[in-house]
Design a protein around this ligand. Structure first.
Ligand code: KMH
Ligand code: ZN
Length: 272
């Protein structure tokens, strides 16, 4: 079986220090959290950035500042900026980090309710626009799918030339408005992607570790981190993203799966 790629989603746009004091806002805090995740075994950092007061931003200069700082402590890591940003941001605002030509970036494949009155909007034309941008700049998209219909959209846009093969999916499961995170939901998504595709699974909240185990056994990959879950176990806050990654590494070792380095991750995903 291929080695396990662990992505650390260290910050997100919605999670706050009120939920876990270790959520990073400042550059120094981003460096601390990224280093803890890399040291524990993460080969990809999925990155949203914040202003020092915690406000989410897609500002290109802020991304550059924080990415450069992360590379000083994790020189080989793959940084995967978010192009989802935060609910309500415009398309061009969200696309700013692609101007830095990162190796990867997320590409969200549909619109969904995002709790309360929030709607995370990704129309078909938005997805085409983002897909085209990533092809032009040689950026490997991580296709974020929050429901089965988003896989179907990705496959349609692949046929039309907006997304290249081999596709790499991220099953984000358990968002309030998206697919739940039960085993039957995973089996449905897993069975809906092409044979040459790879996937990672991001279980939200209590779904994080059970779905990680399923992906480890199945030969998939795992996303972990404060964006998705702030608890190490029921009622116990994680002290760092590294603690969450460390738990996945232990589970993988118990189940006989080795962990991919950043170089091995590039090979598995076809990034060069
Ligand atoms: N913050 C969410 C609205 C992504 O990173 O591409 C969107 C999100 C997806 O987190
Ligand atoms: Zn994200």
């Amino acid at each position: 079986m291929e080695k396990l790629i662990i992505t650390a989603a260290i910050s997100g746009a919605e999670v706050t220090k009120e939920m876990n004091p270790a959520v990073p806002y400042t550059k120094e805090e981003f460096v601390r959290e990224a280093k803890s995740a890399c040291d524990a075994g993460a080969s990809i950092i999925h990155l949203h950035v914040r202003l020092d007061d915690g406000t989410p931003t897609q500002d290109k200069a802020r991304f550059k500042e924080i990415m450069d700082a992360i590379y000083t402590v994790c020189p080989d890591v793959i940084i995967q900026p978010s192009t989802g940003g935060a609910v309500g941001m415009s398309n061009d605002e969200r696309l700013q980090p692609t101007e830095l030509n990162p190796e990867m970036a997320t590409l969200d494949c549909g619109t969904l309710n995002f709790g309360g009155d929030e709607i995370f909007e990704n129309t078909e034309n938005t997805i085409k626009y983002f897909g085209q941008r990533m092809i032009e700049r040689g950026i490997k998209p991580e296709l974020e799918v929050f429901d089965k219909s988003m896989i179907d959209m990705a496959l349609r846009l692949h046929k039309k030339g907006y997304i290249k093969s081999p596709m790499h999916f991220d099953f984000v499961m358990g968002v309030n408005g998206g697919i739940a995170g039960e085993l039957r939901d995973f089996v449905f998504l897993r069975g809906s992607i092409p044979a040459d595709a790879t996937y990672t699974v991001a279980g939200i909240g209590r779904f994080e570790f059970p779905l990680a185990v399923v992906a480890i056994i199945d030969g998939g990959h795992v996303r972990m981190g404060f964006e998705d879950n702030v608890y190490l176990s029921k009622g116990v806050l994680a002290k760092s993203n590294g603690e969450l990654v460390g738990k996945v590494v232990r589970l993988a070792k118990e189940l006989g799966r080795e962990i991919a380095t950043p170089a091995e991750t590039r090979k598995i995903l076809g990034i060069n």
